[in-house]
Write a new protein. Structure first.
Length: 315
């Protein structure tokens, strides 16, 4: 029977080499983990210089640690903790990197929006970027907008609108009454006298108005014929005016003769008797001319009654 050869025990040197490799591998894995953690912390802004901002709200529903504070859609801060103040208000402590703090001003407004679907969002709005920067450790009241809280009021408003629509479309509603009146007016407008019937309410009233207009037109036509026609008032008045012009022309000539005689009378004092005789004759001519003028004026007043005094007095 042949004996089985025995394996010699391992020497201590290979075991020590394996232990060193394993230890080196563990150290390398630890360094990788630490490097990854350091990178994550750096990416999360743990090592950045920050300033604190405190937002005061009525409740912290939907707010969690690590939530972002956004400005124009970009995250500029992160919620670090949530506290309950002595007055029952909620204090939301936010760390804002100093490089992003330039977007926050003393006039900035902070809102917290809660939607029916989706997470709660905290936003910052800075309308005037030229205002002074927001100091560190500032406290601002956040404006809250809860969409779910508006649903009951929206439902109540919708119900009121539906009730109003039902009242408006009912059989006795004012809209139906107005439509009925409008239909009546439309029927009148499409009648014989058109819009005149719609305005006056019936065809009889419209017929009376039309008859009155016809009579008025006929009266105006007769009046125009009497005034402007052949032998009318205006025609007779024109003839009288022409005669009056002739008479006044004669009177003017007579008066010119009187003026000449008066000049001669003043120049020649010795012939006073002769001048007086001439003056008497000329005065008689003037009186005749003035009587003609009075007759023509009376004729004009008879044809066209002017309300004025037509008497002509001699000097």
């Amino acid at each position: 029977m042949q004996a089985t050869p025995q394996t010699p025990p391992p020497t201590p040197e290979p075991i020590a080499r394996v232990e060193r490799r394993a230890l080196l591998l563990l150290v390398l894995i630890g360094l990788l983990v630490c490097g990854f953690l350091a990178y994550v912390m750096y990416a999360r802004g743990v090592f950045e210089s920050t300033q604190r901002l405190v937002l005061v709200a009525n409740d912290s529903e939907g707010v969690i640690v690590g939530m972002d504070l956004t400005f124009s859609g970009f995250p500029i801060g992160r919620v670090q903790r949530i506290e309950l103040a002595e007055d029952g208000k909620v204090r939301i402590v936010i760390d804002v990197p100093r490089k992003d703090a330039r977007w926050l001003r003393t006039s900035s407004i902070f809102t917290m929006e809660r939607g029916v679907v989706g997470d709660t969002r905290i936003r910052a709005f800075s309308g005037i970027l030229t205002d002074p920067p927001l100091p560190p450790d500032s406290e601002r009241v956040v404006l809250e907008g809860d969409t779910s809280a508006e649903i009951p009021r929206l439902v109540a408003s919708t119900r009121a609108v539906l009730e109003n629509l039902e009242a408006m479309t009912g059989a006795e509603s004012s809209i139906n009454t107005t439509l009925a009146h409008l239909s009546t007016v439309t029927e009148r407008l499409s009648g014989r006298y058109g819009m005149l019937t719609g305005l006056l309410g019936s065809e009889d009233n419209a017929k009376k108005i039309i008859a009155t207009l016809d009579r008025t037109n006929a009266l105006l036509a007769r009046t125009d014929q009497r005034l402007n026609g052949q032998g009318g008032v205006f025609d007779g008045t024109q003839a009288a005016v022409n005669q009056l012009t002739l008479v006044l022309t004669d009177a003017r000539a007579s008066l010119q003769k009187v003026d000449a005689v008066l000049v001669e009378a003043q120049a020649v004092g010795a012939n006073a008797r002769m001048a007086s005789a001439d003056l008497g004759a000329l005065r008689a001519e003037v009186e005749v001319s003035l009587r003609k003028v009075n007759q023509l004026v009376d004729e004009v007043n008879r044809k066209w009654p002017f309300a004025r005094d037509t008497e002509i007095k001699l000097p």
